[in-house]
Unconditional design. Structure first.
Length: 237
């Protein structure tokens, strides 16, 4: 039933990925009844991403916000349909509102209560790259994520991804303007701070957005652009 619902709302099909995850024991106690997770990824526009050779562009900034809004709307439509069938669900929005209490709480550690990357890796959709991006099997890091938590018993036969598949590739590490990554490869036992400095990344994103876009935001996209996974031309080369 859930797969049929997802396929109905996630069109065109080649622009999305989705999967289900068993979240038992992986979320805060206040969410413990929501044991089934759904991860949805929406592909970003290749032409816009390819243009990020020197940092963020206004087109990328607007596209980023547009895709976040589309994902939020779609996820909430799915939630409404689930509730009509008597199934309790929560939408974890693509990005935190800067006016939300959770945003204020996450500023010191730059971590959130429910990680889209955690749900996506548990759903087998991809892994975490060396600059802490989620790297999907289909689109590489060229996507945005949204998650739903569902009050249902998980019935998932998908094997979670628990280690990096980046191998020796370090393009994102070398090209990062903040030099925020040290090149170590992610696995589920390695804390993000051991291989990636999120605060250095955030500060640089703020500086780039101010310089290039004249906006008070935190956005870059360079590591998304240079990753050969999802970039058909670079992957072929």
């Amino acid at each position: 039933m859930i797969n049929d619902l997802l396929k109905y709302y996630l069109a065109p099909e080649d622009e999305y990925i989705f999967g289900t995850a068993d979240l038992t024991g992986l979320v805060d106690r206040k969410y413990k009844k929501y044991r089934l997770g759904i991860s949805i990824g929406r592909k970003l526009n290749d032409r816009i991403i390819d243009a990020l050779k020197n940092g963020p562009t206004l087109e990328y900034y607007n596209h980023y916000k547009q895709i976040n809004n589309e994902l939020s709307e779609t996820a909430n439509q799915i939630k409404t349909q689930l509730q009509k069938k008597g199934i309790d669900a929560i939408v974890v929005e693509p990005t935190l509102s800067t006016s939300s209490k959770e945003f204020e709480n996450c500023l010191s550690t730059l971590t959130v209560e429910i990680s889209h990357k955690m749900v996506a890796t548990r759903a087998g959709l991809g892994w975490i790259g060396k600059t802490a991006l989620f790297v999907s099997n289909e689109f590489g890091p060229r996507l945005r994520l949204v998650s739903l938590l569902i009050n249902m018993e998980p019935d998932c036969d998908i094997r979670p991804v628990e280690t990096s598949r980046c191998g020796t590739c370090a393009i994102c590490v070398e090209q990062c303007p903040a030099q925020a990554a040290n090149g170590l490869s992610w696995n589920i036992n390695l804390h993000r701070d051991s291989f990636f400095n999120a605060h250095k990344c955030r500060d640089m994103c703020a500086e780039l957005a101010k310089q290039r876009l004249r906006v008070n935001e935190r956005i870059c996209g360079l590591c998304v652009s240079v990753c050969p996974i999802g970039n058909k031309k670079k992957h072929h080369e």
